[in-house]
Design a protein around this ligand. Structure first.
Ligand code: NAD
Length: 384
């Protein structure tokens, strides 16, 4: 089997996968399937299927990057994409990242992802939403278990229940229905565990009480992280573009900073929990933190940012290790869900992160390089 090349964080993806097919010309129920070797630009994915939903007419796609370690698990993103091509680029990029997240977390899972282009200018509701989700369920089912879906941006545990009407290859269903429910609590547990390891490495203590911690993005993960850190006595500052973030700050007695200034606020720990690309050339030399550890995917705008952080002696906790708690909960759902076991596994991220940071320091490489090597080693072991 061919070795998989590690993805760099946000390098431009080769264009053209979507251009191979006339997406706008697909009739309801019609599909295009591309196998390994048929994708342009040297993409290593095993499979890409694009279909127009029979009931909804919505364009949807599933990318399977790798099933080397197990079935490809990755969330379903329902989004108002400006163009169909963007959705296809997104699903390919995100599926690849899932391979590395699962491998580094030690899970017997491959990497995959699903996307649906919302049929209108807003996310669908009511009967239209149901039709979109049932169509996606049929698409998942047609892959025979090689891809397993879960919730992601734009979808919820209740949506997974609708998908489950058409396929059993779904995780993240509500707890009352035997699922793991919203994965965010486990993601937050994992981020805090990773933060302890990063602080032990960079500040000489895993104790988060009394540290100045700035959380940028107080959504599903950020709010839980904030509540837990506040209970531990951390000196919190919160930031969000939505007014609810300020309400949470007031309730917790935390400080507040406007999003424009959040990344450069002086602190021991900066926790990006909103969007990707936030460590970029505009802010990297103005950061005034000693540790960066948050939930957001793809925090580094480019690989060079990892090197710049290392030069500034800022400890960066690789995001795909820190935010694996939600994936771990989905994995446990497949094996027979047990909340305590999922929690214990998410707490184990502290050890993984500690190993990655020590390995990076010992070998003079960045933490991201060390994390990728950990994932690659597991993928290569599976070849032997
Ligand atoms: P969310 O949408 O619930 O919360 C994101 C929050 O960030 C929102 O409150 C939003 O208003 C805020 N925000 C957006 N842009 C901002 C900006 N420029 N400045 C400040 N705040 C901003 O998302 P979430 O589920 O909490 O996930 C947060 C991040 O973690 C995302 O990048 C997501 O991909 C990643 N992640 C989440 C999970 C999970 O289990 N939810 C798992 C892995 C990774």
């Amino acid at each position: 089997m061919k070795a998989i090349a590690a993805p760099s964080s946000r390098e431009p993806r080769p264009k053209g996968a979507a251009a191979l097919v006339q997406l706008d010309g697909l009739a309801p129920g019609e599909r295009v399937a591309l196998r390994a070797g048929e994708l342009p630009g040297g993409l290593e994915h095993e499979e890409l299927v694009i279909q127009r939903g029979e009931r909804s007419g919505a364009l949807m796609a599933i990318a399977i990057h790798s099933t080397r370690l197990g079935p490809a698990l990755g969330g379903l993103r329902l989004w108002t994409y400006a163009a169909h091509d963007h959705a296809v680029e997104d699903v390919l990029r995100l599926a690849e990242a899932m391979t590395y997240k699962a491998a580094a977390a030690g899970l017997d899972l491959g990497g995959g992802k699903g996307v649906i282009c919302a049929p209108g200018s807003e996310l669908p509701t009511g009967e239209q939403r149901r039709a979109v989700l049932l169509d996606f369920g049929d698409l998942v089912e047609s892959l025979g278990g090689r891809y397993i879906t879960a919730e992601d941006v734009g979808t919820s545990a209740e949506d997974m229940l609708v998908i489950a009407e058409r396929t059993e290859h779904v995780t993240g269903r509500p707890v009352e229905a035997g699922g793991a429910g919203d994965p965010s609590p486990y993601t937050a547990i994992g981020v805090e565990a990773a933060m302890r390891a990063a602080c032990a490495h960079g500040l000489g203590t895993p104790v988060l009480a009394d540290l100045r911690i700035v959380i940028v993005g107080v959504g599903h993960v950020g709010e839980r992280l904030a509540r837990s850190l506040a209970a531990r006595g951390a000196k919190l500052t919160l930031s969000d573009i939505a007014p609810r973030g300020r309400e949470i700050a007031e309730e917790l007695g935390a400080g507040w900073v406007d999003p424009d200034e959040a990344m450069t606020t002086p602190c021991e720990v900066l926790a990006p929990c909103a969007v990707g690309g936030v460590i970029n050339p505009e802010v990297v030399d103005r950061l005034r933190c000693r540790v960066i550890c948050g939930a957001a995917n793809n925090q580094l705008a480019t690989d060079a940012m990892g090197e710049r952080l290392a030069r500034r002696r800022i400890v960066y906790a690789p995001d795909f290790i820190a935010n694996a708690g939600g994936l771990i909960a989905c994995y446990r759902e497949l094996k027979g869900y047990d909340a305590d076991r999922a929690r214990m596994l998410a707490l184990g991220i502290e050890d993984v992160m500690g190993d990655v940071l020590r390995s990076a320091a010992r070998r003079g490489i960045t933490p991201v390089q060390a994390a990728r090597e950990l994932a690659e080693a597991r993928l290569q072991q599976s070849e032997q």
